[in-house]
Design a protein around this ligand. Sequence first.
Ligand code: CP
Length: 344
Amino acid sequence: MKHFLDVTDYSQQELMKIIETAMDMKKSGWKETLKGKILSMFFFNPSLRTRLSFIAAMDKLGGLAVDLSSGSGGFPFEFEENVVMDKSTIEHVKEAIPVVSRISDAVAVRASELVTTAPKSVEVSSWNEAKKDTVITSFTKYAKVPVINMESNVFHPCQGLGDAMTIMEKFSNPKSKKYVLTWAYHPKALPMATANSQFMSACDLGMDVTVAYPEAWDLDAGVIEKAKARAKLAGGSLKLVHSQQNAFKDADIICAKSWGAIKHYGDWDKETKAKEGLRHWIVDKEKMGLTNNAFFMHCLPVRRNVEVTDEVLDSPSSIVIDQAENRMWIQMAILDYLIGENNG
Ligand code: CP
């Protein structure tokens, strides 16, 4: 049994096999390899694309996706060990997940503290606490079936791999193409998970990867270290810069994503103040003009004219809808790989 928590748990060859399966399914059709199989999904945060694409993926492969999220009638879970459950939590994951495992063939979890519909960023203690990914870690501890990460605090591997498929569709050999992940201004502090998985996947493709962000918005050092090693293994490179203009020069892909500053986790008022003056970190036509006719990518949802201008988002270079559609195809391939008739 193998979980799908992060792409770095897989070899680059295994990931390429999953991407090729997804592309083949999209181009030539697919078999119902998940007949009678059930995916139980738990969303602790809002979602449009991930929820819909997993439901569609299971349906297309002949299986069933069940949404057991708390807001959809499920019980609020307890995750702490040795706790007196006399407050709002009703069921401990210690019973819930073994029960779910008896009836399901896989479990999918979204637990990313900063994904919220609230007008302000939610309170979090510190990055060191958030990066423990307590919720998904508890699921894996008690699950007897594969657990799929639908976005945790640290990684969003389905987004990363879906993006890799989209890049492969545009450049059949993306090696040595210049991929730029640029931080973008956003009024709220957003999770790092998507950014981490996006540039990790570009590294796995052997691209020349540049991550551009304002000073103080450093990504997790451990993730950077892993990405550098994987870039080298794939014959690519990883560079971190603080100038958006320099980064955009001769780029083949521009991917925009905002994330919260690690040093301000637990104090977003300070981050909001520190962000004043960074509104110019937006993707616009002028900056796209510095690139090698780059494609524009964004995981969605996107704040128009905050992260990227209408002009860029509505232009032919924007491939954000392909990206979102490919979430379904890549998840079909991931599910087939994990629990399909001929899995592994
Ligand atoms: N990109 C992404 O994961 O979208 P949702 O948050 O809508 O699932």
